[in-house]
Design a protein around this ligand. Sequence first.
Ligand code: MN
Ligand code: MN
Length: 486
Amino acid sequence: MGSSRDKEDAKTEGQRLSEELFFDIKNCWDTVSPEELGETREFAEGYKDFLDKGKTEREFTGLCVDMLKQKGFVEVESLGDGGGKLRAGAKVYQNIKGKSLVCAVIGGRPLEEGMNIVGAHVDSPRIDLKTNPLYEDSGFAFFDTHYYGGIKYYQWTTIPLAMHGTVVRKDGEKFRICVGEDPGDPVFTVTDLLPHLARDQMQKKASEFFDGEDLNILAGSEPFRDEKAKERVKLKLMGLLHEKYGMVEEDFSGAEIEFVPAGKTRDVGLDRSMVGGYGHDDRCCAYAAIRSILALADSPPPEKTLVCLLTDKEEIGSVGNTGIQSRFFENFTAYLCSRTLDHYSDIKLRRCLASSFMLSADVSAAYDPNYDSVYDKKTSSWFGKGMVLTKYTGRGGKYGGSEANAEFCQKVQALLNKNKIRWQFGDIGRVDKGGGGTIALFVAKLGVEVLDCGVPVLSMHSPFEVISKIDLYTTYKGYIAFLREA
Ligand code: MN
Ligand code: MN
C-alpha cells in the first residue's frame, strides 16, 4: 500500500492534466463522511414524515407555519404598521391565504443592498373535484374531476386515492376534510378497463387511451334504503357527508377538494438510498428550503436579510393571488423595507429587489436509463451526484424559460465549491423533446438574480416520484451555504 505521494507520482501526465482540466462530477455516496451519512438518513426521515402530513399546499404551508412559530418567527400582520424598527436578527413571516408563505431573518446590512432568497413551490399535480362533482351512474356514485397540473392520466387509475380538502359551508363554517390517510379509513379509486376487453383501447396512443374527462372517482355503491327516492347511491353519500360535516350538495361548488395518492412515503431500494412518494415536486425543495432558513435562525444575526419563499400554483403557471405572479412577495419586501429603512420609498424597494440573489428551488428531471432517448447524458442530472444547478429552462429554443447570468452562476458555483457541496448540471432533456419552467422567470422580472437549482427526480408528476436521500441532504446543505454566504 503506497502513500498518497507515491500514487500522485505514479500518475501519467495525461491523467494529471485531465484531473486538472476536466469537470469530474463525483458520486456523493463515495465521499460522504460517516457523520454526514447519519445526518442524510435522519434528514430523510424528517422529510418523509413531513411529506406524509403535508399532501396539499394548505397542509404543507400549515406545517411550515407551525415550525416557524416554534422557532420564534412572528406573523407580520400581528406587528401592524406602527412600533419600532425590525432589528437585525428579527424573524418574521407572512401567511398568504394559507397556501403560500414568505419568511425572513432580518440582516445587519440595509435592505437596499439586497436579500438572499430561496424559493420553492408547495403545490403538486393532483386530481381536483369539479364544482358539481357528485353523480350517480348504473348503481355507482362517482366524483367528477378536473385534474390539476401536468399528469399522465393513466398513471392515476387503479391506485388508492385520498380525499383532502377545505370546504366553507353554506352557513359560513369552514372545515377540513381528510379521508383515506388513516389505516382505518376507506380510500377512493379511478377504475381501468380489464385487459380482456381492452383490445381497442390498447391500439390507441397513450394520450388518447384514457381521457382527462374520464378521471371519475369511485365513491360508493350502496343505495339509500327507500325505493321511492331518486339517485339513491348518491343520496346515501350525501347523507354521510351531511352527518359528518353538515355538508349539502351546494357546498361543493366553491370547495377545494383534492384527490392525491393515499398512503405513506416509503424508502425505495434494498439499500434504502431513495425515497418514493407523492409530491416530491416540489416539496422536497420546499422542505430543504424551510429547514435551511430555520437552521440559520438561531445563529447570530446574518449580514444580509435571509428569505424563504414557498408558493402555490406553480404547476398551473404561477397564477392567482397565491401564485408567484401575484405581488405577495413584492408586498412582503415592501413591508420589510418600511420596517427597517429610515425612509421608505419605492426606489429603495426596487433597489432591494434588483440587488437580491435567489435560488429558485425546484426539482429537475433525473437521467433515467430506461428512457435514454429523451435525455442528453452530458448535461442530465444524475441520482447521487448532489444538488442540480439548472442554468436555463424553457422549451424549443429556450422559449418561455429563465436563464441565469454567467456571473451569478459562477458566484453560486464558487460558494458551493468553497463549502465542499457537491453539485451537478441539469438540463431537462434533449433539445426539442419537451421542456418546462419554474417560478424563476417571474422573480427575475423584479430584477432579482435567479438560478434554478434542486433535487433530481424520477417519474416526475406521477403518483410515486422517487428521489435520492443524498441529493436531498446535499441540496439542503447547499441552500444553507447560499443563504449564509451569497
Ligand atoms: Mn416543480
Ligand atoms: Mn412540476
